[in-house]
Design a protein around this ligand. Structure first.
Ligand SMILES: Cc1ncc(COP(=O)(O)O)c(C=O)c1O
Length: 370
């Protein structure tokens, strides 16, 4: 019921069949209004509005994100994008001789930071995988030099949702850590950092969390990375003294927030986290239903589906020749998707309908068979 009702809060549904949440979510009205509420207060009250919001060190935002992923609020720091968060971990955790494992299906954001670190004696082991063997291949490469496994919970170009617990269990045995990129899962799939047993998690808010670009968070398990890789004025405990000659390292989550953050965008993310958390199970069920329908309908029409049905979340990739051209033709029909990997990526959120999915698959079929 909630899922259908929420559709009225997403104006884009009146205009397009929008199945591109794995790229950017349209901002739903409650999130937009929360963001606007703060910007309007700044317009009227300037620094007083900011002081009101920051007086608790943004604990009220941290609390909402932590509730969604089952962490402690002090384990949540704000970051401008996923890439920044991955770099924070890369530059503080690793030293000469350490090995990092990741895989060939990853988005470049989870790989490139470690290319930079090669010159510092850190080895990058980029394993060739398929959607069916990611866990086995990663586990087979673990050794006593493995310091970090970096991996996406849901793959951007195949839609496969990995079995994180299998990997996190094994990596603990060699004394390593796991950094989970949850930008393609959080919002459609339950993410419980304690249950998944991950050390670090990162996400920008602008995909399935339906928040403005510029929002994002980094989860760092308590006791890890006490000394962040970069210092800024906000890294100091007494930052409001504005005294350049006195620095003492902040111990809380602000230690990773080197300067001013995008309060409006992160307030939007907190609003979204509240909605997603409250309706977690219903949303997860609905997204699975929509993805299943996309897979079944495509398979029935003889189209090849890259995403494994038993290991999926919100992304379904249907294989086509020339996906870019197909995606442009779909756009001409008012259907917004993305060409990714070897096909068309359909990414449905909980307020999409089975009819929209059906129309999209039928349109792909008629484009590729004409
Ligand atoms: C798995 C994954 N990580 C990261 C990103 C983007 O990172 P950022 O938030 O730094 O732009 C994407 C974007 O598509 C992605 O799919």
């Amino acid at each position: 019921m909630f899922c259908e009702d929420f559709r009225t809060q997403v104006p884009i549904t009146q205009k397009y069949i929008y199945l591109n949440h794995a790229a950017i979510s349209p901002t739903p009205l409650p999130v937009l209004f929360e963001t606007f509420r703060y910007l309007y207060e700044v317009a009227n009250d300037g620094s007083l509005a900011d002081n009101r919001e920051e007086q608790d060190e943004l604990l009220h935002i941290r609390q909402k994100i932590s509730k969604l992923i089952n962490s402690e609020p002090q384990e949540i720091s704000f970051i401008p994008n996923t890439s920044y968060g991955i770099n924070v971990i890369a530059h503080s955790l690793l030293s000469k001789g350490d090995e990092v494992i990741t895989d060939s299906l990853e988005f470049p954001a989870t790989v490139y930071p470690f290319i930079k670190l090669k010159s510092k004696g850190i080895k990058l082991n980029l394993i060739d995988v398929t959607p069916y063997d990611i866990e086995d291949k990663i586990i087979s490469q673990l050794n006593d030099r493995t310091k970090l496994v970096v991996i996406s919970h849901v793959s951007f170009n195949t839609g496969v949702k990995i079995d994180v617990k299998r990997i996190s269990e094994e990596i603990k045995k060699v004394g390593g850590y796991i950094l989970l990129d949850v930008i393609q899962s959080l919002g459609t799939t339950k993410v419980d950092v304690k249950d998944l047993n991950v050390d670090f998690a990162v996400a920008g808010g602008y995909k399935w969390m339906m928040s403005p670009q510029g929002s994002g968070f980094l989860y760092v398990k308590n006791e890890l990375i006490k000394d962040p890789p970069f210092y800024g004025w906000k890294t100091s405990k007494n930052y409001l003294d504005f005294d350049a000659k006195s620095f003492s390292l902040e111990e809380g989550p602000r230690r990773f927030e080197i300067g001013t953050i995008d309060i409006a965008a992160n307030l939007g993310m907190a609003k979204s986290a509240e909605i997603l958390q409250e309706h977690n199970s219903e949303i997860e069920k609905r997204v699975k239903e929509l993805s299943d329908h996309a897979i079944d309908s495509a398979t029935d029409k003889g189209l090849e589906v890259i995403t494994p049905k038993e290991k999926k979340a919100g992304i379904v990739v249907v294989k086509t020749e020339n996906p870019r051209k197909v995606s442009v033709e779909l756009m001409g029909k008012g259907i917004i998707t993305s060409p990714r990997g070897n096909g068309i990526r359909i990414s449905t959120h909980f307020y999409n309908t089975l009819e929209e999915v059906e129309k999209t698959i039928s349109s792909i079929y008629s484009i590729v068979t004409k």
